[in-house]
Write a protein that binds this ligand. Structure first.
Ligand code: HAM
Length: 419
């Protein structure tokens, strides 16, 4: 039997309803904050990610699905959305025509990681990016947007972790300090970290190997090595978060797994998740647009992992079983099927969700089916009703029944279902 590939999952109809709910909430929240949707391809030229994310990151060096196209070009399934969105912004000159460029994207990403709960090889993100705004207030708005989205999706037990990773002025000196500190100690670290200590020492800070953690905790902190501009930016971000009453914890080791970040980085964890407890991550990437061949245009954004969102139990009062139909039509008399088909078409045209049994089963079995589908009303057409041009309509909650003229069906349900 052919099975789904390791690290991929089918999202079955029950679960897909939760996903749709999250997407619906996201779109509504983003509209309030002035974001518009962008949809970019799932594969791009490999060099976009190598240059954008950084060739020494785990994502680029170990996890990308890269393949040779038939014409010899190198293509990669996107491991994240930001690089592709930036490419599109440059390619279509979006910043020039849009007075406030705020974009969101929802879709699958691909990373060849070791699968576990909340970690897939094909996973999905809700992604948010804002361009051309350099002041701390947009950092704060983005963080506030992220927390609002999680709150509206019913995610509890959230903690906001915040850091500044400096910029092109102060980071090089910090990296030298870090390299110096690592030079003495690196023999005690894992093989990956020994290599990172030379080529990209910042990456040592997000090493997850338990044995390395005590040593990593003693390394110099980037927050102690920020230049005046980065320090002021970070202080203003924190001041405005305080102003809005948003709690956070400064985590100087939060450098995140992508090289494009400068200044503000953040993550939100949820105690409702297990080991993979980061539900969302993001930060500022002021040099990325230029690095990828575009103008000097700053950017900031975040991505929520949809698998992780779906792992968190729905908020109370949320029923897992959603209604499949409002009206279930039961044609019983010979020839009643034609009337039912017409009625079903009319009800659907009037915006109602209507279903009927296509197998011509008896009343008892059809009533059972209507119940399972969560129907609010059942409309029955027997011989007697058919002769008089009416339907017997049963309210499934109260069990009350009444006759409704066929021509009035749509109006009858509108009064009862929209009221
Ligand atoms: P990231 O931290 O790599 O950031 O991913 C963001 C979120 O995607 C994570 O917090 C997690 O919820 C989810 N995620 C990542 N990898 C997996 C996986 N293998 N399986 C399931 N979920 C996963 C980025 O991707 C940045 N592009 C975010 C960003 C946007 N920064 C600025 N703009």
């Amino acid at each position: 039997m052919i099975q789904a590939i390791k690290g991929t999952r089918d999202i079955l109809p029950e679960e897909a309803e939760t996903w749709q709910r999250h997407e619906r909430i996201a779109r509504a929240v983003f509209a309030r904050y002035g974001y518009r949707e962008i949809r970019t391809p799932v594969f791009e030229e490999t060099q976009l990610f190598a240059r954008g994310i950084g060739s020494e990151t785990d994502i680029v060096s170990k996890e990308m699905y890269t393949f040779e196209d038939r014409d010899g070009g190198s293509l990669t399934l996107r491991p994240e959305a930001t690089a592709g969105i930036v490419r599109a912004v440059i390619e279509h000159n979006l910043a020039q025509s849009d007075p406030m460029l705020k974009l969101y994207a929802i879709g699958p990403m691909f990373r060849r990681e070791q699968p576990q709960k909340g970690r897939q090889r094909q996973f999905h993100q809700i992604n948010v990016e804002a361009f051309g705004m350099s002041r701390p207030s947009i950092d704060v708005e983005i963080v506030e947007l992220a927390l609002t989205l999680l709150a509206e999706c019913g995610v509890g037990g959230c903690e906001l972790l915040l850091n500044s990773v400096g910029d092109a002025h102060c980071r090089p000196a910090y990296l030298e300090t870090l390299r110096g500190a690592l030079a003495k100690e690196k023999a005690r670290l894992c093989a990956d970290c020994q290599r990172r200590a030379d080529v990209n020492p910042l990456r040592v800070l997000d090493c997850k190997v338990p044995a390395d953690q005590p040593l990593i905790a003693t390394l110099p902190k980037i927050t102690d090595h920020l230049c005046a501009e980065c320090r002021d930016h970070f202080a203003e971000v924190r001041r405005q978060l305080d102003l809005l009453g948003i709690a956070y914890r400064v985590e100087p080791r939060l450098v995140r797994g992508l090289d494009y970040y400068v200044r503000t980085t953040f993550e939100v964890t949820s105690s409702a998740l297990g080991a993979q407890n980061s539900v969302l991550g993001g930060g500022r990437y002021d040099g990325l647009v230029h690095e990828l061949g575009g103008p000097e245009l700053c950017g900031i954004g975040f991505a929520v992992g949809m698998e992780r969102l779906a792992l968190i139990p729905a908020a109370e009062g949320e029923s897992a079983q959603t209604r499949r139909c409002e009206v279930f039509l039961v044609p019983l008399a010979p020839g009643a099927l034609d009337r039912a088909l017409l009625a079903q078409r009319g009800l659907r045209a009037a915006g109602r969700s209507a279903l009927l049994d296509h197998e011509g089963r008896g009343l008892k079995s059809q009533m059972k089916k209507a119940d399972k589908l969560g129907a609010r009303f059942v409309a029955i057409l027997g011989e007697d009703e058919q002769a008089r041009g009416v339907w017997t309509v049963r309210n499934m909650a109260s069990s009350a029944q009444e006759e409704v003229p066929e021509a009035r069906l749509a109006e009858y349900f509108r009064e009862r279902l929209d009221g």
